[in-house]
Design a protein around this ligand. Structure first.
Ligand code: TTP
Ligand code: MG
Length: 599
C-alpha cells in the first residue's frame, strides 16, 4: 500500500500528461471503431446501388479525416504518456541516487554492489514499463473491448457477437496461464544473463591472477558452460513464443470460421446486410489485441510492482549517522584537542567482538599521534570513528575541542579532517581533478604545491600529459606508491586541522618517506593535529605519542625512546625491523626497493 502511495506521489506530479494522453487514447479508440461501419456503408451502398458519387466521396472524406485524427491522436498519447513515464523514471533515479549517498557504511557493507546497480537498471526499467506501456495497454484494451463489443451488438447482431467471441475468450483465459509460464522463463533468462555478465566482469578484473596461475583454459570452459546455459534459457522463451503464435492463429481462425458460417447464414437470410457482415469481420480482428493484452498486463503489473517494492525498500532505509538534536550548529570549524575516552567499539552485526577496547589518549594541537600494530589490530577503525563512518557506542568516547563528535555538524567534522584512506582510491579522471577533489581551490598552482609536498610532482611532471593524465580504468595505471602519494596530495590540498594518514606510506621508499614526513612537519605547524598509522617504525619514530595496538588493546603508549626502554612489543618490532634493514644493506641486490617490513 505504501509502495503505491510512493509511486502515486510521482504520478500525481505528471497528472496532466496522463490526462491528455488518456484523452488522446480514448479519441483514437472511439474513431477507430467507426471505420468498419463506414466501410460497411460503402459496400451496402454499392450492393444496393443507392450510393451516389457525392455520397461516396463524403464517406471517403470522412474516412480520411478519421485516419488523420487517429494519426495525430496516436502521436499524442505516446508523447504524453511515454514522456511522463520517462520523466518519472528520471526523477526516481535521481532521488534514489541522492538517498543512497546519504546512507551509512553499514548499508553498503550489507548490500552487494551488483544488487544496488540492478535497482538503477532492471528495476527502474520495469517501473517505467508499468507507468508507461502498461497504463496504455490496460486502458486501451478495456476501452477497445467495450466500444467494439457495443458496436458489434448495436450495429450488427447480438447473436452473431455471442457466437464469434467464444474462441476469443479462450485467448484471454489462456493468456493468463501463458503469462505465468512466460514470467518464470523470463526470470530464468534474466538470471542466466546476469550470471554471464558477472562472470565476464570478474574474469576481466581478475585477469592478472588468471594469467599468473595459467587458468585461461579452465576459465574458458567455465565460460562455455555459462553461455550454453544462457542460450538454453533464451531458447526456452523462444520455444514458448513459437508455440503461442500458431495456437493464436488457430483460435482466431476458429473465430473467423464461426463468423463466416453463422454470419454468412444470417446475411443469406437477409437478417444482416453484406456491409454489416464485412464490418463485423473487421470488428473481430479488432478484438484480438485487447484479449491478448490481458495476459501482458498481468505480467507487467506483477513485475512492475515487484520492482517498485524493491526501489521503495531503498527509500525506506534511513541513514544511521546524521545530525541530530544534540548537534550544535554554532560550531563552524574544528579546533582544540582530540581525545579518546575509554573508547570501546564493535562493528555492527558483531556486538560481541570489540575491535577496540578501553582506549584513552589525548592529542593536543601541534602534536602527532602514531598508531602501530599488527594487521587486524583495529588501527583503521580509529579514523572511521573520528570521521563518523561509524558511531561510538557511548557519547563522550571521542571528543574534539571538548565536544563529542556527535555534537559537531557532520559536514564540519568531515571537512575538518583530511584522511588518506588505506585503500587509496583514484577516480577515472585527470590527476589534477583527483588531487583537487575535496577542495574548493582547484587551481593548478595549488595542485602542484600539494603534489610537491607529497613528493609526487616529479613523477607527474614526467608523464607526457602531466597533470592532465587520466588515471584509473580508462587511463594510465599508477604504481602503488604513486597512487599513495597522489592520495596524500589530495589530503594536503584540504589543509585541514586534522590530518590522518592510514598506512599511506607503506609503498613509498624510506628516503621519499623521510622527505614527505619532513614536509608534513613544516606545514602542520603547531596548531594542527596529525595522526599517522603505519607498520614501519621508521615512519613513526619521531611522533609525539606512539600508541601500540594489539588485538584492540592499547598495550603500550609513549615516545619512541620511552617505548624502546619499555622493552615490550614495540621494542621487539623495532629489533626485528632493524635486523631486516641490516640484512637488506648487506644484500642490497635481493631487495632493491627497500619495501615495508610488515609487522
Ligand atoms: P581494522 O581496524 O581495519 O584493522 P587494521 O587497520 O589494524 O588492519 P590492517 O593493518 O590490515 O589495515 O580492523 C580491525 C578488526 O575489525 C578486524 O579484525 C576486522 C574487523 N572489521 C569488521 O569486523 N568490520 C569492518 O567493517 C572492518 C573495517 C573491520
Ligand atoms: Mg587498516
Amino acid at each position: 500500500m505504501k509502495t503505491l502511495k510512493f509511486a502515486g506521489r510521482y504520478v500525481l506530479r505528471h497528472w496532466w500528461q496522463y490526462l491528455l494522453g488518456i484523452l488522446a487514447l480514448y479519441l483514437v479508440d472511439q474513431v477507430n471503431v467507426y471505420v468498419p461501419e463506414y466501410t460497411g456503408n460503402i459496400i451496402d451502398g454499392l450492393t444496393e446501388q443507392t450510393l451516389t458519387l457525392e455520397g461516396a466521396l463524403n464517406i471517403v472524406w470522412m474516412i480520411l479525416g478519421m485516419g488523420a485524427i487517429i494519426a495525430v491522436g496516436r502521436f499524442c498519447w505516446r508523447f504524453f504518456i511515454f514522456g511522463a513515464a520517462r520523466s518519472i523514471e528520471k526523477e526516481i533515479r535521481q532521488d534514489m541516487y541522492g538517498h543512497l549517498s546519504t546512507l551509512s557504511m553499514r548499508y553498503f557493507n550489507q548490500h552487494k554492489t551488483g544488487d544496488l546497480m540492478a535497482h538503477f537498471t532492471n528495476d527502474l526499467m520495469a517501473v517505467r514499463q508499468l507507468l508507461g506501456m502498461t497504463v496504455i495497454t490496460a486502458f486501451d484494451a478495456t476501452v477497445m473491448m467495450i466500444l467494439v463489443l457495443t458496436q458489434m451488438i448495436t450495429t450488427v447482431d447480438p447473436r452473431l457477437t455471442g457466437v464469434s467471441i467464444i474462441p476469443l475468450l479462450v485467448i484471454a483465459v489462456g493468456d493468463v496461464f501463458y503469462g505465468r509460464m512466460m514470467h518464470k522463463r523470463f526470470r530464468e533468462k534474466q538470471a542466466a544473463f546476469s550470471t554471464l555478465t558477472d562472470q565476464v566482469q570478474e574474469t576481466i578484473s581478475g585477469i592478472r591472477v588468471i594469467k599468473a596461475f595459467v587458468q585461461e583454459r579452465k576459465e574458458l570452459y567455465a565460460f562455455a558452460k555459462t553461455t550454453e546455459a544462457t542460450k538454453e534459457k533464451n531458447l526456452n522463451v523462444v520455444r514458448l513464443q513459437a508455440l503461442m503464435m500458431p495456437l493464436m492463429d488457430i483460435i482466431i481462425g476458429c473465430s473467423s470460421l464461426l463468423t463466416l458460417l453463422y454470419g454468412g447464414y444470417l446475411a443469406i437470410h437477409g437478417e444482416i446486410t453484406v456491409g454489416q457482415f464485412v464490418a463485423f469481420n473487421s470488428y473481430i480482428g479488432m478484438l484480438v489485441w485487447p484479449m491478448m493484452a490481458v495476459g501482458e498486463c498481468i505480467t507487467s503489473i506483477s513485475q512492475g510492482t515487484a520492482s517498485l517494492g524493491r526501489i521503495f525498500g531503498i527509500f525506506k532505509e534511513q541513514p544511521d549517522i546524521v545530525d541530530s538534536a544534540v548537534t550544535d550548529h554554532s560550531i563552524t570549524a574544528l579546533s582544540g584537542e582530540v581525545r579518546m575516552n575509554r573508547l570501546t567499539f564493535a562493528y555492527p552485526g558483531q556486538p560481541d567482538v570489540p575491535v577496540l577496547r578501553d582506549i584513552s589518549v589525548t592529542i593536543r594541537p601541534g602534536e602527532t599521534l602514531a598508531v602501530i600494530g599488527r594487521t587486524g589490530a583495529g588501527k583503521t577503525t580509529i579514523p572511521s570513528l573520528l570521521t563518523r563512518l561509524y558511531d561510538t557506542p557511548e557519547p563522550g568516547m571521542i571528543t574534539i575541542g571538548g565536544r563529542d563528535v556527535r555534537e559537531i555538524p557532520l559536514s564540519v567534522l568531515r571537512e575538518g579532517i583530511a584522511c588518506v584512506p588505506q585503500d587509496n582510491f583514484l577516480f577515472s579522471d585527470t590527476l589534477q581533478n583527483n588531487i583537487a577533489f575535496g577542495s574548493a581551490d582547484k587551481s593548478l598552482e595549488s595542485v602542484i604545491h600539494a603534489a610537491e609536498l607529497a613528493c609526487i610532482h616529479d613523477n607527474i611532471a614526467a608523464f607526457p600529459e602531466q597533470y592532465q593524465t587520466v588515471v584509473g580504468e580508462r587511463g594510465v595505471t599508477l604504481s602503488g606508491g604513486q597512487k599513495q602519494r597522489s592520495s596524500i596530495a589530495r589530503a594536503l590540498m584540504k589543509d585541514a586541522p586534522i590530518l590522518i594518514l592510514d598506512d599511506a606510506l607503506s609503498a613509498v621508499d624510506t628516503d621519499t618517506e623521510r622527505n614527505i614526513l619532513d614536509n608534513l612537519r613544516t606545514i602542520r605547524g603547531n596548531d594542527r593535529i596529525t595522526i599517522i598509522i603505519a607498520h614501519r617504525i621508521s615512519t613513526i619514530q619521531d611522533a609525539d605519542h606512539i600508541m601500540v595496538l594489539d588485538d584492540g588493546d592499547m598495550v603500550e603508549y609513549g615516545t619512541h625512546d620511552e617505548l624502546i626502554a619499555n622493552a615490550g612489543l614495540y621494542k621487539s618490532l623495532f629489533d626485528k625491523q632493524q635486523l631486516e634493514k641490516q640484512l637488506r644493506e648487506e644484500h642490497p641486490d635481493q631487495d632493491a626497493e627497500g619495501g615495508a617490513a610488515h609487522v
